[in-house]
Every structure is written in C-alpha cells, then in structure tokens.
Design a protein around this ligand. Structure first.
Ligand code: LLP
Length: 432
C-alpha cells in the first residue's frame, strides 16, 4: 500500500486501523478522514530533525493553509510546532483554538491595513513582510499601537524548484517577495532597518511546493547566505533567522519520487552552518514551513458511488457524491491520486473509468483513468488516498454543495473535528 496507515482486511479498506466502510455508514459521505497519530508523527519527525541540526534553536512552522481547522492548531501546538498563517481567518481560527500567537508567522503578499491591525491585536509573533508598502504600513500601525513588531523579509532567491508552475514561487518574476537579483531585496532590508517600530530578525524564501530534488534547499541556502553576507557587509545587520519556507513533496501514487526529509534537513542545516562560518556570520536559527508533508498522508476522502456509466466504445464514468467541491486539485493542476474501492478492496480491477463528481461541469473530474472492479455499482464506497493537504482547505460550495466533515481517527476511535455543513449553513449569510 501507498502508506502504512492503509491496509486491507476481508476485502475492506482500513485507515488508521479502522474499517472505512463502517465509518462511511456512520458519518455519511463525502467524508474526510484524518489519522491524528500520523499528523503528530509527521510533526515530530520535523521537530526531531531540527532539534538536533547544525543551526541552533531551529523550529518547524506548520503551513496551515494546507489544512486549517481549530483542532489542528491545538495539535501542532502540543507537538511544539509554530504556525504559518496567511489571513485573518487563519489567525482567528488559531487564536480561538488557543494557539500561542507569539509562535505564529503571518505571511502573504497583500496584507490590508485591517489585516495588519488585526494580526498585531492578536499578538502574532512575526510578520513575514513581502513588499515595500507593507513595511511602511506595518511600521505606521505598529507605532500607533505602541508595538515593536518582529519581522522577516520575504525575498526571491531565483531558484527553480522543478515543480509545476502554479506552485513555483521562488523565481525572480514571482508575485511573492522582493528579488535579490535586482537589488530590491537589499533596498527593502535597508528600509526595514530604518523603521523604528520594526525589528528585523531575518530573511525568508519559499521556492515552491512538491519538491523532491535533494539539492533545492541546499541551493536556496547558498543564495540566502550569500545575501545575508551582503547585508552584513553593506548594512551592518546580521540575520538571526533563516526561513527556507516549505515545499517537501509527498507520494500520491506508487512509483512517484520520494525524499528523505529528516536527512535532507540535516544536510541543509549543515550547509547553512558551514556557509555562515565561511562568510564570518553567526549561524542563524533555521525555520522550515511544511504544510503538505505534515497532513497529506494523514488524510483520505470517502465517497459513495451513485452511477456507473459505460459508454460502449468510448469510456466509462463512475460518479460519486462529492467532486471538485471537496477536491479541486485535479481540475486545477491535473494532480494524480490513488483511488481504491473501499468495500471491494481486494477485488481485481478489470475496468477503467474516470472518477467524476456531482457538479454541473464536465471538468469536475477527481481522477481520470482509474482502475475499478467491473462489479462496482451504486452504493459502493470509493476512497481517494493522500487527501489531507489542500483538499478541505480549498473546498468550495460550488453548486451549493455543503462541505464534508473532518473526522479524526486515533487509537481505534473516531471523533468529528469539523461537522458537516448543513443546508442552513449555506443560507446563513443570505438576506431575503
Ligand atoms: N510557506 C509558504 C510561504 C507557502 O506559500 C507554502 C505553500 C508553504 C510554506 C507550504 O508548502 P508545502 O510544504 O505545503 O508544499 N494548493 C497547492 C499548493 C499551494 C502551496 C502554496 N504555498 C496544491 O494543492 O498543491
């Protein structure tokens, strides 16, 4: 199986040790299941790798855009991770869940004046500043509130992470950050240092997502340390924190690339320490911002089959009760997934069909060309694996389809962490 939390017993698919067909009956479908021990285990792998690495006081920052709901902030706080937040919505959810906000990093390329004021009021620890305007406004609002705000500056190191274009963000022409290559990043540091209400703590970059090449973060570190050396030489400031962003890839289907994350982290930290020594800099503390690799393999989605359409001589469709509303990733990126028939998990797969959703749009494809048992019929349960990241967080109400619940599994018991949206929830903002 793709991951060791997925097993098959008596023809039924088990996830985190629990029978998925029973969970589908109990909670209804579509249904997001999340393996809490796997989330916690993934957090610990990062924490342990960073704890023993060559850069002092290094920490993992969970990129909560991958999957954001109150319970997850509580979990990651318990596991000792910081949180990357990108909107008042994520900030508010984290705060309400009791997350220690001084451990929150506020990202984003367009923080409004209201966002900035709200984040300061909520006690966000660090702003990851993206542009010149933000430095001006943050300094002003922090001053009005009598706060000196710690910041990192987001720069673009000009690294191509060899991943798909929509998630490649570290290149010079990116909408995020200020470019080192054009000299604008140095100007931005100078500006940050001149602001009396800002405390410049270091630099940040995020090269992209789904990174499997072991040298991507090594190359990024080299560029970032070179820039840190330039800052020291020209502006007399030293960075305390080097934040290399997130991006480690995960396996969605057999045969896909893999990367040993803890080993890569150690190698990156070692390179950062060596380069710091070479440049005569104090070794900075490292931050990494994993999102996908914390939650992706901790999630699966269950659906119920509604129709099996065999268009003789053309193609077959298996339609389910969810779709692009709960998983838009194929529609957006043609992302690949592994699909299993949860109640016929050891039946031979002798039929190919597109797994499609219920939305009124032909692009509502969860996965094309899936192998199913030809006995698949209405009422069967279908599981899409590795859906823990960027599924719930990117879900929509297109066609007024309510969002599915999230059920957490741990030690053989299941608990609803996000309840299913009701029809009344859909109407809750409407004024008639
Ligand atoms: N830090 C920053 C500043 C980011 O922009 C991101 C992701 C991360 C960390 C976490 O990256 P991860 O470890 O999850 O790769 N919706 C797309 C992914 C967009 C990623 C955006 N930024 C998808 O479904 O593949």
């Amino acid at each position: 199986m793709l991951y060791d939390n997925i097993t098959v017993k008596d023809g039924k698919l088990f996830f985190a040790g629990m029978d998925t067909t029973l969970l589908a009956k109990k909670h209804g479908t579509p249904l997001y299941l999340m393996d809490e021990d796997r989330i916690r285990g993934n957090c610990r792998a990062y924490r342990d790798a960073l704890k023993g690495c060559a850069c002092p006081d290094s920490e993992a920052v969970y990129a909560s855009k991958a999957c954001s709901f109150a319970g997850i902030y509580k979990m990651i706080a318990e596991e000792g991770l910081c949180a990357d937040v990108v909107s008042p919505g994520e900030i508010y959810t984290a705060k309400k869940a009791g997350f220690p906000m001084e451990r929150a990093y506020f990202q984003g390329n367009n923080k409004t004046d209201e966002d900035i004021a709200f984040a300061i009021d909520c006690g966000v620890g660090y702003f990851v500043c993206d542009n010149f305007e933000e430095l001006d406004v943050l300094d002003r609002i922090a001053g009005e509130k009598g706060v000196r705000q710690k910041i990192l500056l987001r720069v673009t190191p000009g690294i191509d992470p060899h991943t798909y274009a929509e998630v490649s963000t570290g290149k010079v022409d990116s909408k995020f950050g200020v470019a080192i290559e054009t000299g604008q990043a140095a100007e931005a540091v100078q500006k940050a240092l001149s602001k009396k209400n800002l405390i410049f703590e270091g630099i940040h970059c995020h090269v992209g997502s789904m990174v499997f090449d072991s040298d991507v973060f090594l190359r990024a570190s080299a560029v970032m340390l070179g820039f840190a050396a330039e800052i020291k030489k020209n502006l007399g400031a030293e960075i305390k924190i080097l934040d290399l962003g997130g991006g480690y890839g995960v396996k969605y289907y057999p045969g896909q690339g893999e990367i040993d994350i803890p080993q890569n982290i150690k190698a990156v930290a070692k390179r950062v320490a060596e380069l710091s020594e070479e440049y005569g800099l104090k070794t900075p503390s490292l931050r990494l911002e994993p999102g996908r690799s914390i939650v992706a393999d901790a999630g699966i989605t269950l659906y119920t089959v509604g129709s099996v359409k065999k268009i003789t001589g053309y193609k077959n469709y298996v339609s389910v009760d969810g779709g692009m509303t709960d998983n838009p990733r194929y529609a957006l990126y043609e992302s690949k997934y592994t699909v299993l028939t949860a109640n016929k998990a050891d039946s031979p797969c002798d039929m190919t069909a597109d797994l499609v959703g219920r939305c009124c749009e032909s692009g509502d494809i969860i996965q094309p060309g899936v192998s199913f048992p030809s006995s698949i019929e209405r009422g069967d349960a279908v599981a899409v694996l590795t859906t823990g990241a960027y599924n719930y967080s990117m879900a929509s109400n297109y066609n007024r389809v309510p969002r599915p619940p999230i059920v957490l599994l741990r030690g053989g018991s299941d608990r609803v962490a996000v309840r299913r949206e009701s029809l009344d929830d859909l109407l809750s903002n409407d004024i008639v």
